[in-house]
Design a protein around this ligand. Structure first.
Ligand SMILES: *Cc1c(COP(=O)(O)O)cnc(C)c1O
Length: 368
């Protein structure tokens, strides 16, 4: 898919903000902890290659969700450790080894399947994934884990690490968090051999449970300057959002009273008004449920009226602005701002999803 470069819709990415956010977190956790930047899903929409290149000297390595995301980084010259967090199909292990990737091992069944492959197991690096209560992937049974680790070691596999993932580290109630933590600690205590690297901290855990970091953190959303809890918990220190979504007025008109706007004619002007059109729509990830939300023109909130179409939205303007007037959908305009978290709240989702849904059609522009 080609980005649409010849229209005024763009996501401006502040790489300096990403650097500053990682430095801020590192300054608040013990210096001996290893830092992974999580750049899955195209670095949460910010551009995995550009982000990885920019922060490569600040981190020990990167986390991605699948083989292809890892290959993209390797193909762009990233040589540091890359840990694949999801389950890799055993038949892809030759690719994993050829590209010096590290993978999560999440079940005994997977180990049995993987050991049937004819590959150079001595070159395979893994981290064991423990399901301490997230319920997605990972070992839940200690005997199976010890057995799997024995089988892997016998085959010559390097077991570099072991990790788990918290389901509720971004919530005010820490009951479930503490249960998962206790489960993971018991699990470690029951292992025949504990790998050198032990990690459990995503962004939320690094921010609000920094006393429970084992020896590495996996930083995702904080790198991009957003609060993992949305609005539930206050950030313990400031972060800077790194993405600004902008477009511009490509059409401005005066509507008489009683005129309809958009598919379904869901909006009818009650009096004479000025309507502007922006070249962004649900195919860009600006979803249909954004109807009724606002965008910023010269620091003023202007409501999105009528349906969000695939490629365009219509907004009500306080006055006639010239064509080309910039419009901010996420970010700062004058003294006003709209955050990805604001968008998420309106849409009934989380800021992560708002960022990840921004499609490849929107060009990413890099600056500081
Ligand atoms: C995505 C992910 C992370 C990063 O999560 P954030 O909340 O963005 O910090 C860390 N660990 C695992 C296993 C993940 O899947």
């Amino acid at each position: 898919m080609i980005s649409s470069l010849h229209r005024p819709t763009v996501a401006k990415i502040d790489l300096e903000a990403i650097t500053a956010n990682i430095e801020a977190v590192k300054a608040h956790i013990p210096a001996d902890k290893k830092t992974y930047a999580v750049v899955k899903a195209n670095a949460y929409g910010h551009g995995a290659v550009e982000v990885a290149k920019r922060v490569v000297d600040l981190v020990a390595g990167f986390c991605v969700s699948n083989v292809d995301e890892a290959l993209e980084l390797r193909q762009h010259g990233i040589t540091k450790e890359i840990l694949i967090l999801g389950v890799v199909m055993p038949e892809e292990l030759d690719l994993v080894i050829a590209n010096d990737l590290t993978i999560a091992v999440a079940s005994l069944d997977w180990v049995h399947a993987a050991l049937k492959e004819t590959i150079a197991f001595k070159k395979l690096h893994v981290h064991i994934k423990v399901d301490s209560g997230m319920g997605r992937i990972g070992f839940r049974n200690l005997d199976e884990t010890n057995q799997a680790m024995r089988l892997l070691r016998d085959a010559g596999v390097e077991i570099d690490g072991i990790f788990t993932h918290f389901a509720t580290a971004d919530e005010a109630d820490d009951g479930k968090f503490n249960q998962q933590l206790a489960f993971f600690k018991d699990f470690l205590a029951g292992l025949e051999q504990v790998p050198a690297l032990v990690h459990a901290s995503n962004s939320a855990t690094s921010l609000w449970h920094s006393q429970t970091i084992f020896n590495a953190v996996r930083l995702g959303i904080v790198c991009y300057g957003l609060n993992p809890s949305g609005t539930e918990l206050a950030l313990p220190y400031p972060l800077k959002p790194a993405l600004q979504l902008e477009s511009a007025l490509v059409h401005v008109k005066k509507l008489e009273a009683g005129q309809d706007v958009g598919y379904g004619a869901t909006y009818t002007s009650q009096e004479e008004q000025i309507i502007g059109t922006l070249p962004i729509g649900y195919a860009d990830g600006w979803t249909r449920d954004m109807q009724g939300f606002s965008v910023l023109v010269e620091g003023q909130l202007c409501p999105i009226v009528g349906r969000v179409s695939m490629d365009q939205i219509t907004i009500r303007l306080p006055k006639a602005y010239p064509l080309g007037t910039p419009v901010v959908l996420i970010g700062n305009s004058g003294a006003a701002s709209i955050s990805a978290t604001d968008v998420a709240s309106y849409r009934g989702t989380i800021n992560y999803e708002v960022l990840c849904l921004l499609s490849d059609r929107i060009p990413r522009q890099y600056g500081e």
